[in-house]
Design a protein around this ligand. Structure first.
Ligand code: NAD
Length: 267
Protein backbone atom coordinates (compact mmCIF):
# COMPACT_ATOMS: atom_id res chain seq x y z
CA UNK A 1 0.00 0.00 0.00
CA UNK A 2 2.91 2.34 0.67
CA UNK A 3 4.72 1.79 -2.61
CA UNK A 4 6.51 5.04 -3.39
CA UNK A 5 5.48 6.89 -6.51
CA UNK A 6 7.87 6.67 -9.47
CA UNK A 7 9.77 9.86 -10.18
CA UNK A 8 8.39 11.36 -13.36
CA UNK A 9 10.45 13.76 -15.43
CA UNK A 10 10.30 17.33 -14.10
CA UNK A 11 9.02 19.85 -16.66
CA UNK A 12 11.60 20.72 -19.30
CA UNK A 13 13.78 17.63 -18.88
CA UNK A 14 14.61 15.31 -21.76
CA UNK A 15 12.45 12.22 -21.42
CA UNK A 16 14.99 9.75 -22.86
CA UNK A 17 18.29 11.17 -21.68
CA UNK A 18 21.10 8.76 -22.67
CA UNK A 19 18.66 5.95 -23.42
CA UNK A 20 19.71 3.75 -26.32
CA UNK A 21 16.76 3.37 -28.68
CA UNK A 22 16.64 1.18 -31.72
CA UNK A 23 14.03 2.36 -34.25
CA UNK A 24 13.29 -0.22 -36.90
CA UNK A 25 11.91 1.04 -40.23
CA UNK A 26 13.06 4.65 -39.93
CA UNK A 27 14.89 5.23 -43.21
CA UNK A 28 12.00 6.83 -45.08
CA UNK A 29 12.09 10.63 -44.44
CA UNK A 30 8.27 10.81 -44.63
CA UNK A 31 7.71 7.82 -42.36
CA UNK A 32 6.55 7.27 -38.78
CA UNK A 33 9.89 5.68 -37.80
CA UNK A 34 11.85 8.70 -39.02
CA UNK A 35 9.65 11.14 -37.06
CA UNK A 36 9.97 8.91 -33.99
CA UNK A 37 13.76 8.78 -34.29
CA UNK A 38 13.93 12.58 -34.57
CA UNK A 39 11.62 13.13 -31.57
CA UNK A 40 13.56 10.59 -29.47
CA UNK A 41 16.86 12.29 -30.42
CA UNK A 42 15.38 15.65 -29.35
CA UNK A 43 14.66 13.99 -26.00
CA UNK A 44 18.27 12.95 -25.49
CA UNK A 45 18.24 9.38 -26.81
CA UNK A 46 21.06 7.67 -28.66
CA UNK A 47 19.51 6.38 -31.85
CA UNK A 48 20.09 3.31 -34.00
CA UNK A 49 18.08 3.55 -37.19
CA UNK A 50 17.61 0.00 -38.47
CA UNK A 51 16.17 -0.56 -41.93
CA UNK A 52 16.36 -2.89 -44.91
CA UNK A 53 16.82 0.24 -47.04
CA UNK A 54 19.99 1.37 -45.22
CA UNK A 55 23.04 2.42 -47.25
CA UNK A 56 25.65 5.19 -47.08
CA UNK A 57 23.36 7.79 -48.64
CA UNK A 58 20.61 7.02 -46.11
CA UNK A 59 23.16 7.09 -43.26
CA UNK A 60 24.26 10.55 -44.35
CA UNK A 61 20.64 11.65 -44.68
CA UNK A 62 19.59 10.47 -41.21
CA UNK A 63 22.62 12.16 -39.65
CA UNK A 64 21.50 15.43 -41.27
CA UNK A 65 17.75 15.13 -40.76
CA UNK A 66 17.56 13.33 -37.42
CA UNK A 67 20.76 14.53 -35.77
CA UNK A 68 20.80 18.07 -37.15
CA UNK A 69 21.55 20.57 -34.40
CA UNK A 70 21.49 17.88 -31.70
CA UNK A 71 24.25 16.24 -29.72
CA UNK A 72 22.59 12.89 -30.36
CA UNK A 73 24.62 9.89 -31.45
CA UNK A 74 23.05 8.27 -34.47
CA UNK A 75 23.98 5.14 -36.35
CA UNK A 76 22.38 3.46 -39.33
CA UNK A 77 22.19 -0.33 -39.42
CA UNK A 78 21.10 -2.42 -42.40
CA UNK A 79 18.78 -5.28 -41.48
CA UNK A 80 15.97 -7.27 -43.06
CA UNK A 81 13.75 -8.22 -40.14
CA UNK A 82 12.48 -11.24 -42.05
CA UNK A 83 15.84 -12.83 -41.26
CA UNK A 84 16.46 -13.75 -37.59
CA UNK A 85 20.25 -13.89 -38.06
CA UNK A 86 20.18 -10.35 -39.45
CA UNK A 87 18.13 -9.21 -36.43
CA UNK A 88 20.65 -10.68 -33.95
CA UNK A 89 23.48 -9.06 -35.91
CA UNK A 90 21.73 -5.66 -35.87
CA UNK A 91 21.25 -5.81 -32.10
CA UNK A 92 24.92 -6.82 -31.64
CA UNK A 93 25.96 -3.81 -33.72
CA UNK A 94 23.90 -1.51 -31.50
CA UNK A 95 25.43 -3.03 -28.35
CA UNK A 96 28.94 -2.69 -29.79
CA UNK A 97 28.35 0.96 -30.70
CA UNK A 98 26.40 2.18 -27.66
CA UNK A 99 27.14 -0.44 -24.97
CA UNK A 100 23.48 -1.21 -24.24
CA UNK A 101 19.90 -1.16 -25.42
CA UNK A 102 16.93 0.32 -23.54
CA UNK A 103 14.11 0.50 -26.05
CA UNK A 104 13.05 -0.97 -29.37
CA UNK A 105 10.36 0.62 -31.55
CA UNK A 106 9.35 -1.45 -34.55
CA UNK A 107 7.91 0.71 -37.34
CA UNK A 108 9.03 -1.56 -40.20
CA UNK A 109 6.16 -2.76 -42.30
CA UNK A 110 4.56 -2.85 -45.69
CA UNK A 111 1.02 -2.64 -46.94
CA UNK A 112 -0.72 -4.14 -49.97
CA UNK A 113 -4.20 -3.11 -51.09
CA UNK A 114 -5.77 -6.24 -52.48
CA UNK A 115 -9.12 -7.97 -52.29
CA UNK A 116 -9.08 -11.31 -50.49
CA UNK A 117 -9.46 -13.39 -53.64
CA UNK A 118 -6.61 -11.67 -55.46
CA UNK A 119 -4.05 -12.32 -52.71
CA UNK A 120 -1.58 -14.93 -53.95
CA UNK A 121 0.47 -17.17 -51.70
CA UNK A 122 3.53 -15.01 -52.47
CA UNK A 123 1.65 -11.80 -51.49
CA UNK A 124 0.54 -13.45 -48.25
CA UNK A 125 4.03 -14.70 -47.41
CA UNK A 126 5.59 -11.30 -48.07
CA UNK A 127 3.13 -9.28 -45.97
CA UNK A 128 3.05 -11.78 -43.11
CA UNK A 129 6.80 -12.32 -43.42
CA UNK A 130 7.69 -8.67 -42.88
CA UNK A 131 4.86 -7.49 -40.63
CA UNK A 132 4.40 -10.46 -38.32
CA UNK A 133 7.37 -12.81 -38.59
CA UNK A 134 9.69 -9.79 -38.85
CA UNK A 135 8.19 -8.30 -35.68
CA UNK A 136 8.58 -11.65 -33.92
CA UNK A 137 12.24 -11.90 -35.02
CA UNK A 138 13.30 -8.41 -33.97
CA UNK A 139 11.40 -8.63 -30.66
CA UNK A 140 13.20 -11.90 -29.89
CA UNK A 141 16.60 -10.37 -30.59
CA UNK A 142 15.87 -7.36 -28.38
CA UNK A 143 14.36 -9.51 -25.63
CA UNK A 144 17.55 -11.55 -25.35
CA UNK A 145 19.31 -8.32 -24.31
CA UNK A 146 16.48 -6.96 -22.15
CA UNK A 147 16.22 -10.28 -20.29
CA UNK A 148 19.88 -10.08 -19.24
CA UNK A 149 19.40 -6.55 -17.90
CA UNK A 150 15.96 -7.11 -16.37
CA UNK A 151 14.55 -4.02 -18.08
CA UNK A 152 13.58 -2.70 -21.50
CA UNK A 153 10.65 -1.41 -23.47
CA UNK A 154 9.17 -2.69 -26.72
CA UNK A 155 6.79 -0.66 -28.88
CA UNK A 156 5.30 -2.35 -31.91
CA UNK A 157 3.34 -0.62 -34.65
CA UNK A 158 0.14 -2.43 -35.60
CA UNK A 159 -2.80 -0.68 -37.27
CA UNK A 160 -6.48 0.15 -36.98
CA UNK A 161 -6.80 -2.56 -39.64
CA UNK A 162 -6.22 -5.12 -36.87
CA UNK A 163 -9.17 -3.75 -34.91
CA UNK A 164 -11.78 -2.96 -37.57
CA UNK A 165 -10.99 -5.74 -40.04
CA UNK A 166 -8.93 -3.98 -42.72
CA UNK A 167 -10.88 -2.08 -45.31
CA UNK A 168 -9.07 1.31 -45.43
CA UNK A 169 -5.78 0.71 -47.20
CA UNK A 170 -4.53 -2.81 -46.50
CA UNK A 171 -6.08 -6.10 -47.55
CA UNK A 172 -6.90 -9.20 -45.48
CA UNK A 173 -3.25 -10.28 -45.26
CA UNK A 174 -2.26 -6.83 -43.90
CA UNK A 175 -5.08 -6.80 -41.33
CA UNK A 176 -4.26 -10.36 -40.24
CA UNK A 177 -0.56 -9.55 -39.88
CA UNK A 178 -1.36 -6.55 -37.68
CA UNK A 179 -3.82 -8.57 -35.59
CA UNK A 180 -0.91 -10.93 -35.00
CA UNK A 181 1.31 -8.03 -33.93
CA UNK A 182 -1.28 -7.00 -31.30
CA UNK A 183 -1.48 -10.56 -29.90
CA UNK A 184 2.28 -11.04 -30.01
CA UNK A 185 2.88 -7.78 -28.12
CA UNK A 186 0.32 -8.63 -25.45
CA UNK A 187 1.93 -12.03 -24.96
CA UNK A 188 5.38 -10.47 -24.57
CA UNK A 189 3.93 -8.06 -21.98
CA UNK A 190 2.50 -10.96 -19.97
CA UNK A 191 5.55 -13.22 -20.25
CA UNK A 192 8.23 -10.60 -19.58
CA UNK A 193 6.43 -8.19 -17.22
CA UNK A 194 7.58 -10.14 -14.14
CA UNK A 195 11.22 -9.46 -15.05
CA UNK A 196 10.74 -5.73 -15.65
CA UNK A 197 10.19 -5.57 -19.41
CA UNK A 198 7.27 -3.61 -20.90
CA UNK A 199 5.66 -4.15 -24.30
CA UNK A 200 2.95 -2.01 -25.88
CA UNK A 201 1.38 -1.66 -29.29
CA UNK A 202 0.29 1.44 -31.22
CA UNK A 203 -2.58 1.31 -33.70
CA UNK A 204 -2.46 4.27 -36.09
CA UNK A 205 -4.92 5.07 -38.83
CA UNK A 206 -4.48 7.26 -41.94
CA UNK A 207 -1.08 8.77 -41.25
CA UNK A 208 0.42 11.00 -43.99
CA UNK A 209 3.29 8.79 -45.15
CA UNK A 210 4.12 7.07 -48.44
CA UNK A 211 1.72 4.31 -47.38
CA UNK A 212 -1.17 6.58 -48.42
CA UNK A 213 0.30 7.36 -51.85
CA UNK A 214 -1.93 4.81 -53.58
CA UNK A 215 -5.19 6.35 -52.32
CA UNK A 216 -7.23 8.34 -54.84
CA UNK A 217 -8.02 11.95 -53.76
CA UNK A 218 -11.74 11.06 -53.62
CA UNK A 219 -11.15 8.07 -51.33
CA UNK A 220 -8.79 10.16 -49.18
CA UNK A 221 -11.43 12.91 -48.73
CA UNK A 222 -14.13 10.33 -48.01
CA UNK A 223 -12.05 8.72 -45.24
CA UNK A 224 -11.03 12.07 -43.67
CA UNK A 225 -14.67 13.25 -43.65
CA UNK A 226 -15.44 10.40 -41.25
CA UNK A 227 -12.60 11.18 -38.85
CA UNK A 228 -13.93 13.10 -35.80
CA UNK A 229 -10.75 15.26 -35.73
CA UNK A 230 -11.34 15.97 -39.46
CA UNK A 231 -7.81 15.40 -40.70
CA UNK A 232 -5.33 12.66 -41.45
CA UNK A 233 -2.60 12.04 -38.87
CA UNK A 234 0.96 13.32 -39.08
CA UNK A 235 3.89 10.95 -38.39
CA UNK A 236 4.65 13.08 -35.31
CA UNK A 237 1.22 12.26 -33.90
CA UNK A 238 2.35 8.63 -33.72
CA UNK A 239 5.88 9.53 -32.59
CA UNK A 240 4.37 11.31 -29.57
CA UNK A 241 2.57 8.16 -28.46
CA UNK A 242 5.82 6.18 -28.91
CA UNK A 243 7.71 8.75 -26.81
CA UNK A 244 5.21 8.32 -23.98
CA UNK A 245 5.53 4.54 -24.18
CA UNK A 246 9.34 4.63 -24.28
CA UNK A 247 9.71 7.03 -21.36
CA UNK A 248 9.27 6.71 -17.63
CA UNK A 249 5.93 8.50 -17.99
CA UNK A 250 4.47 5.11 -18.90
CA UNK A 251 6.30 3.09 -16.22
CA UNK A 252 3.07 1.27 -15.23
CA UNK A 253 1.77 0.75 -18.77
CA UNK A 254 2.27 -2.62 -20.42
CA UNK A 255 0.19 -4.79 -22.71
CA UNK A 256 -1.67 -1.64 -23.80
CA UNK A 257 -2.97 -0.82 -27.24
CA UNK A 258 -2.78 2.91 -27.91
CA UNK A 259 -5.02 4.22 -30.69
CA UNK A 260 -3.68 7.13 -32.76
CA UNK A 261 -6.58 7.53 -35.16
CA UNK A 262 -8.21 10.95 -34.69
CA UNK A 263 -11.23 9.19 -33.20
CA UNK A 264 -11.98 7.30 -36.39
CA UNK A 265 -12.31 4.02 -34.49
CA UNK A 266 -13.70 4.50 -30.98
CA UNK A 267 -14.31 1.19 -29.26
N1 NAD B 1 0.85 5.34 -42.62
C1 NAD B 1 -0.29 4.85 -42.15
O1 NAD B 1 -1.38 5.33 -42.47
C2 NAD B 1 -0.25 3.68 -41.20
C3 NAD B 1 -1.47 3.28 -40.61
C4 NAD B 1 -1.48 2.20 -39.74
C5 NAD B 1 -0.32 1.53 -39.45
N2 NAD B 1 0.86 1.93 -40.02
C6 NAD B 1 2.07 1.16 -39.67
O2 NAD B 1 3.08 2.03 -39.19
C7 NAD B 1 4.37 1.49 -39.53
C8 NAD B 1 5.19 2.57 -40.26
O3 NAD B 1 4.53 2.88 -41.47
P1 NAD B 1 4.88 4.16 -42.37
O4 NAD B 1 3.60 4.68 -42.87
O5 NAD B 1 5.83 5.04 -41.66
O6 NAD B 1 5.58 3.42 -43.60
P2 NAD B 1 6.95 3.68 -44.39
O7 NAD B 1 6.83 2.87 -45.63
O8 NAD B 1 7.22 5.14 -44.47
O9 NAD B 1 8.06 3.04 -43.44
C9 NAD B 1 8.25 1.65 -43.34
C10 NAD B 1 9.75 1.40 -43.24
O10 NAD B 1 9.92 0.00 -43.04
C11 NAD B 1 11.08 -0.40 -43.77
N3 NAD B 1 11.02 -1.85 -44.03
C12 NAD B 1 10.16 -2.49 -44.88
N4 NAD B 1 10.43 -3.81 -44.88
C13 NAD B 1 11.45 -4.00 -44.01
C14 NAD B 1 12.19 -5.15 -43.60
N5 NAD B 1 11.91 -6.37 -44.11
N6 NAD B 1 13.17 -5.01 -42.68
C15 NAD B 1 13.47 -3.77 -42.19
N7 NAD B 1 12.82 -2.64 -42.56
C16 NAD B 1 11.83 -2.75 -43.46
C17 NAD B 1 11.01 0.43 -45.05
O11 NAD B 1 12.25 0.49 -45.74
C18 NAD B 1 10.53 1.78 -44.51
O12 NAD B 1 11.62 2.62 -44.17
C19 NAD B 1 4.09 0.24 -40.38
O13 NAD B 1 4.15 -0.89 -39.57
C20 NAD B 1 2.67 0.46 -40.87
O14 NAD B 1 2.03 -0.76 -41.17
C21 NAD B 1 0.93 2.99 -40.89
Amino acid sequence: MNASLPTLAPAGTALLSNQVCMIIGAASPRGIGHATARLFAEHGAKIAVVDVAMDDAVREDIRKTIGDGLEANIIGVKCDIQNPVDCDRAVSEVLREFGGLDCMVNCAGLVRSQGMLSISEADYDLVLGVNLKGTFNICKSALNVFKEKGRGSIINLASVAAQRGGGLVGGAHYAASKGGVVSLTRTIAREFGPIGIRANVVCPSMIETSMLDGLSPERYREIVANVPLQRAGHPLDVAGACLFLASGLSAYVTGATIDVNGGSHIH
